[in-house]
Design a protein around this ligand. Structure first.
Ligand SMILES: Cc1cc2nc3c(=O)[nH]c(=O)nc-3n(C[C@H](O)[C@H](O)[C@H](O)COP(=O)(O)OP(=O)(O)OC[C@H]3O[C@@H](n4cnc5c(N)ncnc54)[C@H](O)[C@@H]3O)c2cc1C
Length: 454
């Protein structure tokens, strides 16, 4: 079938979510020249960039600078950014069909997995997801009930997010004050009484998910010593054999051995990297006071198996970092077990069949793994299939861009445009410059909207 789209009637695409995958999808759409496109990128927040703004650690500004390239995509005349518009609240399935030829769901994975152990309901047990969103100034998390008048903190997990969380807890207030960490978080962290942070991994050092660069950084902190038990670095036969073909993991082990051999320098805080332990219970009278761990061994498939040997750590805060999880969108199919939208290379499946005009990209397509750049190839795959399907898609009855914005206005949706976002961005950067920081984030939703539209 011939391509029915031209410059006067471009292919209209809605991208739901302006994180890396949504923006890379928009970029892939405008980079091709075969089918003229007009793309609306929505976000439920007034700010674009998803986890680059609200996930990536505030002391990793070089990584956050990827937003400069992403912003260029939003500035392309074929792309509109429409912030503070949530699919499921302000936009329905019927709206998408009415105004767009195709939709790409790129909403990320905003929830987290639980430990499923007794005591998880105690105050002082939180997810890393919440803690990260809080210190990065996500408007939904500014009132997180977090107390740092405690000595010990358990961070459950051995991935890069667990490393980020540990590093932020270990750094001094003066180190953090140079970043764009949210002011409310800086105030609490400046008063922190924390002396010991325990990162807990259920499997051994060979199975830890962090990358060497992030691990090494933990050993270079001005404010914290690192404690590793040499006996927990001993490898079982399977892990040793398996590691032979894994240079990145071998490097991790080398760094861990260096840490274990290094004498403590007497810094104010200590980071304990503990392997082969599983939390089995969180204990306390009315709030977290201790965590009970079971020592593990690895079976022949390198799975953790409890040994019935237990110990307890005195901790007043538990932050679990055992994986992010997608949440279902109204009227969109969802695979509960995998926490993703069921799809075939990005084509959404409804009851096992490809649903014409519906696509997905990023964490909600493949699950919460991979770095920012991983989403580029992932989104490109989705867009390639969308463009392949384009000539056969049912066409939207009201494809004019103004039809959508008029509809939102009629519904009273206070959407934010790119211009609005740029104004807020400028304000944050100016406030930051005055304090020698990259930016000072506005974190209250009402204030974000007011400043953006000032
Ligand atoms: C704590 C943490 C630290 C990380 N650090 C790094 C790092 O240092 N380097 C690196 O390369 N990678 C890092 N990553 C990974 C990287 O952030 C992800 O790969 C990437 O953000 C996933 O992109 P995404 O677009 O799928 O999801 P997201 O970035 O989560 O974007 C999804 C967007 O969809 C929006 N949305 C959700 N629901 C709706 C709705 N109903 N309607 C409209 N909009 C909606 C959200 O507001 C959000 O803006 C980190 C991840 C985490 C969690």
């Amino acid at each position: 079938m011939a391509n029915p789209f031209d410059i006067n009637r471009p292919l209209r695409v809605a991208v739901i979510g302006s994180g890396p995958s949504g923006i890379y999808a928009a970029e892939a759409l405008i980079k091709q020249s075969e089918i003229p496109v007009s793309v609306d990128v929505f976000d439920r927040l007034p700010t674009p960039f998803g986890l680059v703004r609200y996930g990536v650690a505030p002391d990793h500004q070089t990584i956050k600078s990827v937003t400069k390239v992403m912003q260029k995509v939003l500035q392309d005349p074929r792309v509109r950014f429409l912030g503070h518009v949530a699919y499921g609240r302000d936009l329905s399935q019927a709206d998408l069909r009415r105004f767009y030829d195709a939709v790409i769901y790129a909403v990320g994975a905003s929830s987290d997995r639980h430990l499923d152990i007794p005591g998880e309901e105690l105050p002082g047990n939180l997810s890393a997801t919440e803690f990260v969103a809080w210190y990065n100034g996500h408007p939904d998390y500014q009132n997180l009930p977090l107390r740092l008048d405690v000595k010990g903190v358990a961070v459950v997990g051995m991935g890069n997010v667990a490393v980020d969380v540990t590093r932020i807890l270990a750094k001094s207030a003066s180190e953090l004050a140079q970043t764009d960490i949210a002011d409310h978080a800086l105030a609490v962290l400046a008063e922190s009484q924390v002396t010991d942070i325990y990162m807990l991994g259920r499997r051994g050092p060979a199975q830890a998910k962090f990358t060497t660069k992030e691990l090494r950084e933990l050993g270079e902190l001005a404010n914290a010593d690192i404690v590793v038990r040499p006996e927990e670095l001993e490898l079982d036969a399977q892990s040793a054999a398996w590691l032979e073909g894994q240079p990145a993991l071998l490097r991790n082990l080398e760094v861990l051995r260096e840490f274990a051999a290094k004498p403590l320098a007497g810094k104010p805080r200590r980071i304990h990297l503990r392997f082969l332990v599983s939390p089995v219970e969180i204990l306390g009278q009315g709030r977290v006071e201790r965590i009970r761990l079971e020592k593990n061994r690895l079976d022949e498939k390198m799975n953790a198996v409890g040994t019935r040997v237990f110990e307890e750590l005195e901790v007043g805060l538990v932050l679990r970092s055992v994986g992010y999880k997608g949440v279902p969108l109204p009227e969109v199919p969802f695979d509960e077990r995998k926490g993703i939208i069921p799809n075939r290379e990005g084509r959404v499946l409804r009851e096992g069949q490809v649903s014409p005009g519906e696509y997905t990209a990023g964490w909600i397509k493949r699950g919460p793994s991979g770095v920012i750049g991983t989403n580029k190839a992932d989104a490109a795959e989705t867009v390639r299939l969308l463009l392949e399907d384009a000539p056969h898609l049912p066409q939207a009855p009201e494809p004019q861009p103004e039809a959508l914005t008029e509809h939102l206005k009629r519904k009273g949706v206070a959407f934010v445009t790119l211009e609005h976002w740029l104004r807020l961005d400028q304000l944050e950067c100016a406030r930051g410059q005055a304090q020698g920081r990259p930016r000072v984030k506005v974190t209250r939703l009402e204030e974000m909207l007011a400043e953006a539209k000032a």
